[in-house]
Design a protein around this ligand. Sequence first.
Ligand SMILES: Nc1ncnc2c1ncn2[C@@H]1O[C@H](C[S@+](CC[C@H]([NH3+])C(=O)[O-])CC(=O)[O-])[C@@H](O)[C@H]1O
Ligand SMILES: O=C(O)C(=O)Cc1ccccc1
Length: 243
Amino acid sequence: MTAKQDRIFSKPLSKVGDFRFDDKVASVFPDMISRSIPGYGEILTTLSQLAGRCVQANSQVYDLGCSLGAATIAIRRGIQQPDVKIIAIDNSEAMVKRAQDHLQAFVSDIPVELICADIRDVTIENASLVVLNFTLQFLAPDDRDALITKIYQGLKPGGILVVSEKLVFEQPKIHELLYDIHLDFKRANGYSELEISQKRTALENVMKPDSREQHQARFAHAGFAESELWFQCYNFASMVAIK
Ligand SMILES: Nc1ncnc2c1ncn2[C@@H]1O[C@H](C[S@+](CC[C@H]([NH3+])C(=O)[O-])CC(=O)[O-])[C@@H](O)[C@H]1O
Ligand SMILES: O=C(O)C(=O)Cc1ccccc1
């Protein structure tokens, strides 16, 4: 079965409202994310490898902002250790409803608890792997430090946090170049100029990316001893921090 195509911003809108993870977006999400985020598939493959290496026996894994559960499915495939539970959380009811079906389509003995909640309100405990795969950028900037600190405190020694994000760059010409190359990536994936510009407007108030430097300073401030960028394609990146 081919994924339903994302045409959400293809018609001229009299007023472009804020981007929301509603039923319309959830119904086209796999197509939207694979045509919009360079390296998304590679990041999922590596999450599986990281899970194989870093998840500890008798511990919990958290997928924060799980959408349809793609990262959870990749991690579940990679886990080698016994007595592990995955907790997948999203505050979009439309996403969580569909995630249930996605998760059931894959057979596994590893339990997954799927929760519809705000990740700012959940307790993180006994964790060996926490994943924020393109979620932190949607949280109000003032709430980001507290979330990363809460994650640090809920991780076991040696536990890891993976944060994938769109980045901004402190050097203006580099920023413009890498943003423009990303727009070329979207054009090459069939998005029109209208779709690109209306979605950009819709995201303006909702998605506020940080720089790599801001992320790494936040990890250090929360207590993480080490952090590094392990993937980057244009202005999309994934980082790992180790407790
Ligand atoms: N405060 C919040 N609490 C809970 N969920 C939230 C919150 N804010 C946003 N979300 C959720 O975070 C997800 C971000 S998408 C993640 C992709 C996925 N990780 C993937 O690997 O496919 C990224 C993107 O669309 O660019 C959405 O499902 C929101 O509902
Ligand atoms: O589409 C974009 O320009 C993005 O920055 C990535 C994205 C992907 C899916 C939902 C929201 C943003």
